[in-house]
Each structure stands twice: as C-alpha cells, then as structure tokens.
Design a protein around this ligand. Structure first.
Ligand code: ZN
Length: 69
C-alpha cells in the first residue's frame, strides 16, 4: 500500500516519487530538506506524482535560498 495522502493526482506505481529523490540535489542539503518536509508532515515514504515532487522541489529550494540571505 502506498501512502498518497498528500497527492490527490492519480498516478501509476512506476511513476511514484518520494522526497528521497532530493538526496541527489546539490542544494539544499538533504538533512535540511528532511526537516523542511517534516514541518509539512511529509516523510521519506510518502508517495507523490512527478508534478507534485517538482513543486516541492521548487518550493523547498526557494525557502532554502531565503534562509541563506
Ligand atoms: Zn501529485
């Protein structure tokens, strides 16, 4: 069973994305990302479609940049 409570779009199983994807970003650091998403009650095992993940990616990067000023 997949936890898709944060994503209302229907998606195929092979197209499931999680925030673990953000381990491979240059910035922000993954630890920072985990904290950021924890505040939104999103964990490493929550499933999202690609569109949602891209949105989260962008939002978190914006937050990170603001926090670095
Ligand atoms: Zn989605």
């Amino acid at each position: 069973m997949h936890n898709a409570k944060k994503c209302l779009n229907k998606f195929l199983e092979k197209e499931i994305f999680t925030i673990q994807q953000f381990q491979y970003r240059e910035e922000p650091p993954y630890k920072w990302s985990l904290k950021y998403f924890k505040k939104m009650e999103i964990g490493e095992w929550d499933s999202f479609c690609e569109k949602c993940l891209l949105e989260y990616s962008k939002k978190s990067l914006d937050s990170w940049k603001k926090s670095q000023v």
